[in-house]
Design a protein around this ligand. Structure first.
Ligand code: DQA
Length: 141
């Protein structure tokens, strides 16, 4: 399968950003591990701090034959109706991913604007959250 991981704002600094919450592993290291774990699948990666560019990438994914997306929209998860609409519009399975357990954190992280448009939600497992999302995408009937 052709899969895509999309990370939103502030996730370009994984490994350096608040490691007590998000861990010390960089996304590049995590991607190496993920690609080794799923050698029969193609895993592309995109990160942007810009809401509109995340929407552009979702639309592009639909046009280029991506079959499933693991999306960590960062703080836009909690605010973005535009991302919700984009997820719905592309008609691809999208799994909402978070490294941290957002429900153990501040109240403003408890609500997701995008969950209702996603196939499922995985949070709280650090970098393993991405692996679980890929597992869900490749195992789906
Ligand atoms: C996050 C959780 C969000 O609340 C936060 O804004 C992030 C990271 C996570 O992966 O745990 O940027 O999506």
């Amino acid at each position: 399968m052709k899969l895509l991981i999309i990370n939103g704002p502030n996730l370009g600094r994984l490994g350096r950003r608040e490691p007590s919450i998000y861990g010390a592993t960089t996304m590049e290291e995590a991607l190496e591990t993920l690609r080794a774990a799923f050698p029969m699948h193609t895993i592309e990666y995109y990160q942007s701090n810009v809401e509109g560019l995340l929407i552009d990438r979702l639309e592009q994914a639909a046009d280029e034959g991506v079959e499933g997306i693991a999306l960590n929209a960062g703080a836009y998860t909690h605010t973005s109706i535009a991302l919700h609409d984009a997820i719905r519009s592309i008609g691809l399975p999208v799994i909402e991913v978070h490294l941290s357990n957002v429900h153990q954190r501040e109240a403003f992280r408890h609500h997701s604007m995008i969950a209702g448009a996603c196939r499922g939600v995985i949070c709280g497992f650090g970098m393993l959250s991405y692996r679980l999302a890929i597992e869900a995408l490749v195992s789906a009937e």
